[in-house]
Design a protein around this ligand. Structure first.
Ligand code: ATP
Ligand code: MG
Length: 249
């Protein structure tokens, strides 16, 4: 049933961030959302899990309108939707293993042994095997990022939102995270939204692309379509040529 974002409007004070943004991640696909810094990509993802409420418009996840859900409905929704936050958001007072297990305690029926097994499995998947007893403060930026991914996938959610999952990682680790995203999609049928500025990574994982610009969907289409796009805003972004964008905005 996928994730459908319909005509989303959101302002903070007098600053209009989303001005009628519509985009859809269809069932089983990975949608990559591109957009400049401050264009509202993270704000969009927060609407998908009900961390922000829109001024107008709605988000539908798995056939349910998020914006009308009450507390309990939101908890149920978040069980289905894993969220890799842009800034890892780990709890420093807990070990890495406890951070990863947190969602499992709240959202699954696993016993302690099952939880420990699942935590090990997820740490292995992000190449952090043996780091379970560390405190988040003892990890590097890239390790924290991967820990955030381990936590998001631990509950085996049907939907995954990745906010810049490869930012700040070395090329090898980036490729590893891309493979993980592909595996989630291919082997587990996860529907994903990936936000990234990393075009290599974007083309590796995307089934489809969307571009957020001036609060709206500027482009939506396949990897081939975005490669062939003549829109200067799209070209400027994927080729890293700001001069193309300036003429347009
Ligand atoms: N809670 C908030 N209160 C006020 N302003 C906010 C809030 N959250 C986001 N904004 C503003 O909304 C705009 C979009 O922010 P957002 O974090 O979505 O950008 P982004 O596209 O994710 O950028 P980046 O690529 O740098 O992460 C920014 O101008 C930001 O300052
Ligand atoms: Mg962001």
């Amino acid at each position: 049933m996928g994730i459908i974002i319909r005509d989303l409007h959101k302002s903070f004070g007098s600053k209009v961030v989303l001005d009628g943004f519509s985009v859809e991640a269809r069932d089983g696909e990975t949608l990559v959302i591109l957009g400049g810094s401050g264009s509202g990509k993270s704000v969009t993802l927060k609407h998908v899990v009900g961390l922000l409420t829109p001024d107008a418009g709605e988000v539908e996840v798995d056939g349910e309108v998020v914006t009308t859900l009450k507390q309990e409905g939101l908890f149920a929704l978040r069980r289905k939707v894993g969220y890799v936050f842009q800034f890892a958001a780990l709890f420093d007072s807990m070990t890495l293993a406890e951070n990863v297990a947190m969602g499992l305690r709240r959202k699954s029926d696993l016993d302690e042994e099952g939880i420990a097994e699942r935590v090990d499995e997820c740490l292995r998947l992000v190449d952090l095997e043996g780091y379970g007893d560390r405190a988040p403060s003892e990890l590097s930026g890239g390790q924290r990022k991967r820990a955030g991914i381990a936590r998001a996938i631990a509950t085996r959610p049907q939907y995954l939102l990745y906010d810049e999952p490869t930012t700040g990682l070395d090329p090898v680790t980036r490729a590893m995270i891309d493979q993980l995203i592909l595996r989630m999609s291919d082997e587990l049928g996860v529907t994903g939204i990936v936000i990234t500025h990393d075009m290599d990574s974007a083309f590796r994982v995307a089934d489809r692309f969307a571009m957020l610009h001036n609060g709206r969907c500027r482009f939506q289409g396949s990897p081939d379509e975005i490669r062939a796009s003549q829109d200067p805003v799209v070209r400027g972004f994927i080729e890293g040529r700001p001069e193309l964008l300036e003429k347009e905005s």
